[in-house]
Design a protein around this ligand. Structure first.
Ligand code: ADP
Ligand code: ASP
Ligand code: MG
Length: 461
């Protein structure tokens, strides 16, 4: 079998966990395996915070401290996960990267400028530091391996820094780089998740959580039999266990359902992760690094028909609503213009609802995109169209293929919410009927999820 395995940040907590993950790879080493890794737990967040801090205040003292802590964390991991014969080479590699990062942070701090491009560059250090350690851990336990960056592996993207999209030729490029390593060298490539490079060689990132997408892109390019995403949960659960601890594992879920869940905020999967594997019908397993015997969840084509009405619930908390209203316009024309402008700005539209008797369009966007969404819309219709925003909003989505053709599901959802005093601000359901999504105030988001988890008895086995 040919398997692409991805190890997420929580699976890469420290040297012991990295060694544990390397041993999981070894256990399946009779297969052809490609590994994609995330940064060590919390490292991407800390790089982002450091970049922002350097941009707002000049503090060489902070940079020194940050760099020393980051270096120590990675040295410690090397000392635990890598045997002596491979240690020196990895440490030298880490030293070069740490040195480069320090210079970049100092540059940001002196210039007082942080572009999306430099932010991606800084974030890339998380995976660039972790992949060589993982690869050396494999070598230490007798599994031949080679560490590569996303760019080295052929993950070429556009220049949409922060949320870069792979170019159409990416599959051919990846195949040409990885195939010889698997079939001629018989080695396990360990690739930095989350990051790619533009055709000119600038480092890009695929959006937070993007190492899932790295894994599925590779799987599609090399025609893998399966993708295994190793995380710290037993699979895709009926909802985020951090919101509802009784959430239950879903053994099988369709691509479409899992896509709806991830699009509507379920952190378990990057929102675009299933796109590369769907056409080729490559199954994606979610497995628990710390409970590897558990069957996990398989996301595949073959479980399209399901009896579950509502199978799972997701919650996005950091969103806002942009409202566009006015009277006496051609609705289709205004819609076309609104979405053209949003697309030009690269705004991520999460959900929308409209009434067309008079123009009234509500669009849910990421909280961080509100400014970018409002700016180009402000001057539409020479000021006769009003554009307002509503912040502190959350979107809840109920997902399940069984909703299609089952009458009364929406009624059940909204009467349960009503009985529990949750006010619904906006509702959306497309004809596919794979999901019913609605917006509530942020303060009500988690409660809405709990109410529906109980209503549809999702915690019952
Ligand atoms: P990794 O870094 O390994 O990719 P993530 O942290 O990105 O892992 O994703 C796992 C997290 O996703 C879990 O800790 C859990 O809190 C969250 N999550 C959200 N929705 C779900 C869900 N439906 N099922 C399982 N986990 C979920
Ligand atoms: N390290 C990146 C992040 O924290 C990518 C990933 O973990 O998938 O978003
Ligand atoms: Mg993730």
């Amino acid at each position: 079998m040919r398997i692409v395995m991805k190890f997420g940040g929580t699976s890469m907590k420290d040297g012991n966990s990295i060694l544990h993950c390397a041993n999981l790879v070894k256990k399946f080493a009779e297969n052809e395996i490609v590994v994609a890794v995330s940064a060590m737990a919390g490292v991407t967040d800390s790089l982002l915070q450091a970049a922002k801090k350097c941009y707002t205040e000049q503090s060489t003292g902070f940079i020194k401290m940050f760099i020393a802590e980051l270096a120590k964390r990675h040295y410690d991991a090397v000392n635990t996960a890598v045997d002596e014969s491979h240690r020196q080479r990895v440490i030298a590699h880490i030293d070069r990267l740490i040195d480069e990062l320090e210079k970049v942070l100092l540059g940001i701090s002196y210039l007082g400028e942080l572009t999306k491009r430099s932010e991606d560059y800084i974030l890339s250090f998380g995976e660039r530091l972790s992949a060589p350690i993982f690869s050396a851990a494999l070598l230490s336990i007798g599994v031949d391996s080679l560490a590569l960056t996303g760019g080295d592996a052929g993950i070429v993207t556009d220049r949409n820094f922060g949320r870069a999209k792979p170019i159409p030729e990416v599959y051919t490029l990846i195949k040409s780089r990885l195939e010889p390593l698997l079939t001629i060298k018989h080695t396990v490539p360990v690739i930095t998740g989350f990051i790619g490079a533009t055709e000119g060689g600038s480092i890009t990132t695929l959006g937070r959580g993007g190492s899932d997408l790295t894994a599925t892109l590779i799987a599609s390019a090399i025609d893998a039999d399966e993708v295994w995403l190793w995380k710290e949960v037993d699979g895709v659960l009926t909802t985020d266990p951090k919101i509802v601890p009784e959430a239950r594992v879903i053994p099988e879920i369709s691509y479409q359902e899992a896509m709806e869940l991830s699009h509507f905020g379920a952190k378990i999967l990057h929102p675009r992760a299933l796109e590369p594997v769907m056409l080729k019908r490559i199954p994606v397993r979610i497995k628990n690094t710390f409970n590897p015997e558990a069957p996990g969840t398989v996301i595949s084509h073959s479980c399209e028909s399901t009896k579950d009405i509502v199978k799972a619930l997701s919650l996005v908390e950091k969103v806002a609503i942009v409202n566009i209203s006015g009277a006496g316009f051609d609705f289709a024309e205004v819609m076309a213009e609104v979405f053209r402008r949003l697309a030009n700005e690269g705004v991520n539209v999460i959900m929308l609802a409209q009434s067309s008797s008079e123009l009234n369009l509500s669009i849910v966007v990421d909280e961080s995109d509100v400014g970018r969404a409002m700016r180009p819309l402000k001057h539409m219709g020479n000021g006769t169209i009003s554009v307002t925003k509503l912040e502190d909003v959350a979107v809840v989505s109920a997902v399940g293929a069984g909703m299609a053709g089952t009458p009364g599901v929406a009624g059940r959802i909204f009467s349960a919410l009503g009985k529990n005093g949750v006010n619904v601000i906006m509702i959306s359901q497309s004809c596919s009927e794979y999901n019913v999504s609605f917006a509530v105030s942020k303060a009500d988001g988690k409660r809405a999820v709990k109410v529906l988890h109980d209503e549809f008895r999702l915690g019952d086995s």
